[in-house]
Design a protein around this ligand. Sequence first.
Ligand code: GDP
Ligand code: ZN
Length: 372
Amino acid sequence: MFHTSLNTPATSDGRYALASYGWDEGRTAEFTPHAEQGLLPGRVVRVDRGQCDVVTSAGVIRADTEFVVPRDPMKIVCTGDWVAVDPEGDDPRYVRTLLPRRTAFVRSTSSKRSEGQILAANVDHAIIAVSLAVELDLGRVERFLALAWESGAQPVVVLTKADLVPDPVTLAHLVQDVETSAPGVPVLTVSAMAGDGLDVLVGLVRSGTSVLLGQSGAGKSTLANALVGEDVMDVRAARDIDGKGRHTTTTRNLLALPGGGVLIDTPGLRGVGLFDAGTGVGQVFSEIEELAKGCRFADCGHESEPGCAVCLAVETGELPVRRLESYRKLMRENQWIVAKTDARLRSEIKKDWKKKGAEGKAAMEAKRGRWR
Ligand code: GDP
Ligand code: ZN
């Protein structure tokens, strides 16, 4: 979460201000029918119970989300959404519609209700921070990668605190280990402390919207501060303590960066589980899926089946056994989540049928259609 006194970059031309939040020509086209109704475009920078803060060409406004709260928790307004809100003068102002999401981060909730929870929308780059100060946990990196691929965003791994690995040979080996676990993903090394490698990261986040993922202590806040160029992370406490009455800071989860690009940080993104991320897992282990095409059986489980190309690759040393085990683990975990979700949907539908009898059947059919 950013606690910031930075203002909305505003010019006399409202469109330009929204462009610094990621507005583009595609959005202009999507918004045309809403503009004709006199609604204002804006991007959600923060959501709290029933309301949200939306940055518009007229600054940040508060809007009610009552009209766009559907039964499907995946469609709830979230940070990063582009929305249409009531024009100035209306009080209260409502979010009237959501523009289509290009990407979405979803996590499984830890609660018994095993539905997905939407964390952030319209993210282009998922920056996965991994600390070089502790032993590499490649399984964890792969989990974050699966989540990132599944969202539709392009993952990037940033190995942080490179100053703590002064030996270039050791560093090269660590980078190589991560690269082997992250096919198709750029791997950068940075040291926020020494200021090394930041220029590459700055160049990357300059376009589109980025999120920082990674374990606590990985160096995300430090990176965010380096990208924003001022201490925006967790500085509010310090300001409150200094007793100078500076209460001008606002809390938001989405920030336009001074050099271009947008950064999202929501608390929920920091410790995420997979949610129906089968596609994402497949992308993390693309070399295994590629090998599997050579297995004799189309439904090969790569355990000890005859003619298993994946097992053969492990035997010849082409595929590290750790990768195969990690792949199995994430696939199993994902299947379990999917099964749990389906079971809940099934029982909910059944309960409803019993209650409403045959009359309700048609309605439930329609509902099931919507869930797909
Ligand atoms: P977060 O929990 O992911 O937001 O991690 P923080 O940004 O709070 O960083 C965790 C710790 O790592 C802090 O004590 C930072 O000072 C330290 N740290 C961050 N970046 C670097 C770096 O480039 N080099 C070194 N040596 N320490 C760093
Ligand atoms: Zn196989």
